[in-house]
Design a protein around this ligand. Structure first.
Ligand code: NAP
Length: 251
């Protein structure tokens, strides 16, 4: 039980990778707050899984791109489950739009959720943890696309690469406060976000050919790595980015 007795807040945990992380965290003994923006019913199902493992769970609706909603979320979790030991910044969106067609609104919304949201959740969490002199930990979920050469990602890829830089720089300032900060860059993970490629027999073999292990990953395979980074076993690991991508060539 790597996370016995720890309280974790996972953003975007109603589905996909966040759900996989929430399940592994519960298996490892953590109490889990499940953030979502639209899928309340799905979030309740994740909470039911956590509770059936004998751990406490709560669901919390918030847009990670809104400071007011993030502040209310951190307060709610802190008050209901107790001080947060682990924040997982997982919530994210992906759109694929050619560079010449990308609008200001598309750029702003994607970078607001995928980069500013992580900065915001991290800052609100760290302010409270530092004020209460509590050590802690952040795990950011980036993407292998941070370093990939792909069309249509001139907003997504910079946001994910920015998250890697955010990880390093927040880790430096938070280390004296006992807060570790790390990042995971997942590769192709079988979730709703990539259903458009998983369901395309004409596209999928070409994508899998770039992955050494020759298959997509499962959300829990990101969850087990996040659990390690969040655990005391990773007590000397901070400011790092770990690829969980089955060996993705061309990054
Ligand atoms: P997903 O299946 O589409 O799930 C996205 C999750 O984020 C959902 O729980 C969604 O909540 C939540 N969310 C979206 N916008 C939000 C917002 N503004 N505030 C709060 N929550 C929000 O995606 P996924 O594949 O699990 O991706 C999770 C993370 O991994 C993302 O950061 C993504 O960029 C990254 N990633 C994914 C892959 C992949 O192959 N799947 C690869 C690399 C990186 P609702 O259910 O309420 O909508």
């Amino acid at each position: 039980m790597k996370l016995q007795g720890k309280v974790a807040l996972i953003t975007g945990a109603s589905r996909g990778i966040g759900r996989g992380i929430a399940e592994v965290f519960a298996d490892e003994g953590a109490d889990v707050a499940i953030n979502y923006i639209a899928s309340g019913q799905a979030a309740e199902e994740v909470a039911a899984y956590v509770r059936c493992k004998g751990r406490r769970a709560m669901t919390v609706k918030a847009d990670v791109a809104s400071r007011a909603e993030v502040e209310a979320m951190i307060d709610k979790v802190w008050n209901e489950l107790g001080p947060i030991d682990v924040l997982v910044n997982n919530a994210g969106i992906e759109t694929i739009v050619p560079f010449l067609e990308l609008t200001d609104e598309q750029w702003t919304r994607l970078t607001d959720v995928n980069l500013r949201g992580e900065w915001l959740c991290s800052q609100v969490y760290c302010r409270r943890a530092v004020a209460e002199k509590r050590p802690g930990c952040i795990v950011n979920i980036g993407s292998v696309q941070a370093g990939a050469y792909l069309p249509g990602r001139t907003h997504y890829a910079p946001a994910k690469l920015g998250l890697e830089a955010l990880t390093r720089n927040v880790s430096v300032e938070m280390a004296p406060h006992g807060i570790r900060v790390n990042c995971i860059h997942p590769g192709l993970i079988d979730t709703d976000m990539v259903a458009w490629v998983m369901k395309r027999p004409d596209l999928l073999p070409g994508v899998l050919a770039k992955i050494s292990l020759g298959r997509a990953g499962q959300p829990r395979e990101v969850g087990t790595v996040a659990a390690f980074l969040a655990s005391d076993e990773a007590s000397y690991v901070t400011g790092q980015t770990l690829y969980v991508d089955g060996g993705w060539a061309g990054k």
